[in-house]
Design a protein around this ligand. Structure first.
Ligand code: HEC
Length: 159
């Protein structure tokens, strides 16, 4: 806790003006409240929280923008229109090649896995290396942050 405290505490400054001094003392009070709240949650949670803060979660806005690369072939909607690819609403956690009414390639129909983070990441890197013979004509995305943002969007497609 002491380590954390020194990390968050404002560096003491020489020649603090009265306004800055006031601001610093207010910050101090806020930090104290925070520290108390965090302390109550326990060190384990604090560590996991700060770990999360360090690896910023993929932004959904970024994901929605990236999904434009998929939108010519895929809907992600409760009321999908007819497109070349299957509707991706609810695809996370769905068995691959299992959307009723969609006519998959034999390769995709035979795929025996469920769409999770790892499979989607491999798929979006290079579809044909995960499912050789797939009908999805898409080269892949080399940028890992773009892939992560799309996966976050597939899990939670905010409009
Ligand atoms: C050129 C059209 C096209 C583009 C672009 C495209 N897809 Fe596809 N996608 C398909 C087709 C066709 C299939 C069905 C593949 C099969 O049956 O082998 C598919 C299948 C999938 C599946 C498997 C769905 C299931 O029900 O198992 C996922 C997941 C997927 N696409 C995600 C994406 C994402 C995310 C993007 C954008 C980064 C994207 N696709 C871009 C055409 C496309």
């Amino acid at each position: 806790m002491t380590l954390k405290w020194t990390m968050f505490a404002p560096r003491p400054r020489l020649r603090l003006g009265s306004y800055q001094g006031l601001k610093a003392s207010m910050m101090h009070r806020q930090i104290k409240t925070w520290a108390a709240a965090i302390g109550a949650l326990g060190l384990g949670l604090v560590l996991s929280l700060s770990a999360h803060a360090m690896e910023a979660p993929p932004s959904t806005a970024h994901g929605r923008l990236q999904f434009l690369r998929c939108a010519s072939c895929h809907d992600i909607s409760a009321a999908p229109s007819a497109k070349i690819g299957p509707n991706l609403m609810g695809v996370y956690g769905r068995k691959a090649g299992s959307l009723a009414g969609y006519s998959y390639s034999p390769a995709m129909k035979a795929a025996d896995f469920t769409w999770d983070e790892a499979h989607l990441d491999r798929w979006l890197t290079q579809p044909t290396s995960l499912v050789p013979g797939t009908a999805m004509a898409f080269a892949g995305i080399s940028n890992a942050a773009d892939r992560a943002a799309i996966i976050a969007y597939l899990r939670n497609p905010v409009r």
